[in-house]
Ligand binder design. Structure first.
Ligand code: TRP
Length: 339
């Protein structure tokens, strides 16, 4: 490591059940690489998960599973901070303070809120509405330089920036204004296997549409064999005309580390069957070791608790230092017992 301190990266995922292959190739795998270049903080955002109704036993299981998955994918607690959002009270605390710097109109414009309130018509709770403020608090509490974001979270990051700029404008430079981090190569935008113009999502109706990180090899093979392609019968890269084939080629490239040219050279005179089977095999080759590690790690709750406890301690220390500045800037006398 060189002498200048490394930039801080913050990211989080909700413990809402397993991750998809899309989450892994599009996000988690790049997080693992970021550990080489950045001071990384990875959060299991359990408070965010409460914006939709959760079963307590299931939520608890999902929290430990996601922690185990982080580790199984290669997030290293010796190099990065891994913690649970609810273990650091400053997140909820700062969210309250930042809510007073966020306009209703700004929240009303959030497309995720509009989508989610459509999906959960019976439970459009205030937490769903203020979700982006909690996310802003997550980011701003660590003087985060960079946030790796996909398309769907860009608007939330933009709001976090606006809130930080607004606050700093009133009180001086308290917060660092975070920037998005666009990952290097090797990031695949994995599409739905049944409906390849859409992103692969956990909530797709058909199980065949998505590959989960912990799916058994046979299930993965079956899903790829049933992947929707087209009737043209030629393997070319044409996202518009042949989205299913393009998706398989992208996944094969992401899983094998080969380029699109190499993929086309390898498959172009063959049939879809070969592309499907070899893509499944390539995916299985990268997921198999993750599955094995996950099984071991997830069985060791005690170890997971220890990892989360030490992550929370590191996070709390950093977050509290920022909170102290925020409270002071606002004119709230900092409790002596706190710091
Ligand atoms: N909202 C993000 C998602 O659903 C998760 C998240 C919460 C997050 N806080 C964050 C991501 C802070 C990046 C930074 O994917």
């Amino acid at each position: 490591m060189n002498a200048s301190p490394r930039s801080t990266v913050f990211s989080g995922a909700q413990p809402s059940g397993q991750l998809t292959l899309g989450n892994y190739l599009g996000a988690m795998r790049t997080w693992v690489q970021m550990q080489d270049d950045y001071d990384c903080i990875f959060c299991v955002v359990d408070l965010h998960a409460l914006t939709v109704r959760q079963d307590p036993a299931q939520l608890r299981a999902h929290i430990f599973e996601l922690t185990a998955l982080y580790l199984a994918c290669g997030i290293d607690p010796a190099r990065s901070t891994i913690f649970l959002q609810s273990h650091v009270p400053a997140h909820a605390e700062l969210a309250w303070l930042l809510a007073t710097f966020t306009q209703m109109g700004e929240l009303e414009r959030m497309t995720q809120f509009k989508d989610k309130s459509q999906q959960h018509k019976h439970n459009i709770n205030a937490g769903l509405f203020t979700y982006p403020i909690l996310m802003a608090a997550d980011i701003l509490l660590y003087h985060t330089h960079r946030v790796p974001v996909g398309e769907d979270q860009k608007q939330h990051l933009e709001l976090a920036r606006d809130i930080a700029i607004r606050f700093n404008g009133l009180y001086g430079p308290v917060f660092r204004v975070p920037e998005p981090l666009i990952a290097r190569d090797g990031v695949a935008r994995v599409k739905d296997l049944q409906n390849p113009t859409k992103k692969m999502s956990k909530s797709a109706e058909s199980e065949l549409a998505r590959v989960m990180l912990l799916d058994a090899p046979e299930a993965i093979l079956k899903k790829f064999k049933k992947a929707v392609t087209d009737a043209l019968g030629v393997i070319r890269y044409d996202e518009e005309g042949q989205p299913g084939v393009a998706n398989l080629l992208n996944i094969w490239c992401a899983a094998t580390g080969q380029s699109r040219e190499q993929a086309l050279a390898h498959f172009s005179h063959h049939q879809y069957g070969k592309l499907k089977v070899e893509t499944a095999e390539a995916v299985n080759a990268i997921l198999q070791p993750i599955r094995t590690r996950f099984q071991e790690l997830n069985a060791d709750r005690e170890m997971l608790q220890t990892v989360l406890a030490s992550g929370a301690e590191q996070a709390r220390r950093r977050a509290d230092a920022v909170m102290e500045k925020v409270l002071d800037a606002l004119g709230l006398p900092v409790a002596r017992s706190r710091f």
